[in-house]
Every structure is written in structure tokens, then in C-alpha cells.
Design a protein around this ligand. Structure first.
Ligand code: IMP
Length: 200
């Protein structure tokens, strides 16, 4: 099995990625497990693609090993696409999931359920020291609710009801979320790209 370093220390993300990539022969270890320095790259890009590439190339330069990065976030239509690329630090630099969710609820509570549409986006970038680059994007459409439901997952999961379901991502098992999530879809695409390049 090939071992790749995740350019993230978000354990929720790494768990979800590993569950999928291990099925196609890639083991993911965190940058901390790889013994890399803790300094952070500035995620100042305007798109998920830019930030995903920035994170991946930063960690590859540090480690000289294959790297996988996920830049992801929630795009909510009735508030002009916020929080978008600012999803992780929506309520400020020292915020946490609870504060981010509270801020989101506050901004969207004046809109009806029908208007509270949005999508999770994940852009996965995989870089190899030999210069190969693979990029895959996945999206999951849904509605936002005004009260947290469920205890699984992370981030905005307790507020997001995927299209065609009446439960939030946080009320689903990890397997069920991965089957329909933005990250699951991006990783399936990545699998296809790697297979087409004969890497697997
Ligand atoms: P970043 O990609 O590290 O900049 O952070 C992405 C942020 O988007 C996370 O901190 C979460 O707040 C949110 N996010 C991304 N993917 C998910 C998900 O699958 N569920 C819930 N929140 C997510």
C-alpha cells in the first residue's frame, strides 16, 4: 500500500479520506505523524482549487514525499456563497465548529427552508515529487437547517441535509456520508484519474 501525507491536521477530514483511499491502496498519514513542522501555510486563495494546491505544494516542499490536500467548505446561496473558502474561520481566527454554526444560523434564519440551499465543495489535490499532479472536485447539494442535529462528522455537518434525504450528514454513519459527500465524490474522481494514469 502506498503511503501519502495529508496536508491537514483536521482529524475529521483525514478519517474520511483514509476510509475511501484505503480501498484503492493508498494509506494516508497526517503531517504530524510524518513529523513535519507545525507551521501553517496561509490559505489566502480565492478558490478551493488555489488553496488546495497551495496546501499540497507547501507540504510536498517540506517533505519531498507524495501529498494529498483537501480544501473544502460550505457555499450557501442566500448569503452570496458564504462562508465558501472562509468556512474554517467563518466566526474569526480563533473560532470553532460551534461558533461557526451559530454564526451561520444567525445569518440564514430569516430565509425560508426552500431558500436555504447550498452545497459542500471539496477539491482534492495530489502531488508527487516527480511532478505529477492530480486534481478532483466533488460537490454535495442540500439544504441548511436552523438547529444542529446529529453527533457524527464535523464542522457544518449537523446543519446540512443532503438533497433527497431528511437527515443531516451528522445523523449519518461515516460510510453513508462518504457515499454521497463532496469529499467522497472528489476521491472517487481521483481514483479514476490515478487508474487512468496507471498509478494503481
Ligand atoms: P479547510 O479546507 O481546512 O480550509 O476547512 C474546511 C472547513 O469547511 C472545515 O473546517 C469545516 O468547517 C468545513 N467543512 C469542509 N468539509 C466539511 C464536511 O464534510 N462537513 C462539515 N464541514 C465541512
Amino acid at each position: 500500500m502506498e503511503t501519502i501525507i495529508a496536508a491537514s491536521r483536521n482529524s475529521g477530514k483525514i478519517r474520511e479520506m483514509e476510509a475511501i483511499t484505503s480501498c484503492f491502496g493508498i494509506k494516508i498519514i497526517s503531517r504530524d505523524e510524518a513529523g513535519l513542522p507545525r507551521d501553517e501555510v496561509e490559505e489566502d486563495g480565492e478558490t478551493f482549487e488555489e488553496n488546495s494546491f497551495k496546501k499540497a505544494s507547501y507540504i510536498m516542499e517540506l517533505s519531498a514525499r507524495p501529498v494529498i490536500a483537501d480544501d473544502s467548505g460550505l457555499v450557501v446561496d442566500c448569503i452570496d456563497g458564504a462562508p465558501g473558502v472562509y468556512s474554517a474561520r467563518f466566526a474569526g481566527t480563533d473560532c470553532d465548529d460551534r461558533k461557526n454554526n451559530e454564526k451561520l444560523i444567525d445569518l440564514i434564519k430569516k430565509f425560508s427552508y426552500q431558500k436555504r440551499t447550498g452545497r459542500f465543495v471539496s477539491v482534492i489535490t495530489m502531488l508527487y515529487p516527480d511532478g505529477r499532479k492530480f486534481v478532483a472536485r466533488g460537490e454535495a447539494e442540500g439544504h441548511l437547517i436552523l438547529e444542529e442535529k446529529g453527533r457524527n462528522g464535523f464542522g457544518y455537518d449537523p446543519l446540512f441535509v443532503p438533497l433527497g434525504y431528511d437527515r443531516t450528514f451528522a445523523e449519518m454513519s461515516p460510510e453513508e456520508k462518504n457515499r454521497i459527500s463532496h469529499r467522497g465524490k472528489a476521491l472517487e474522481k481521483l481514483h479514476g484519474l490515478l487508474a487512468a494514469e496507471d498509478r494503481l
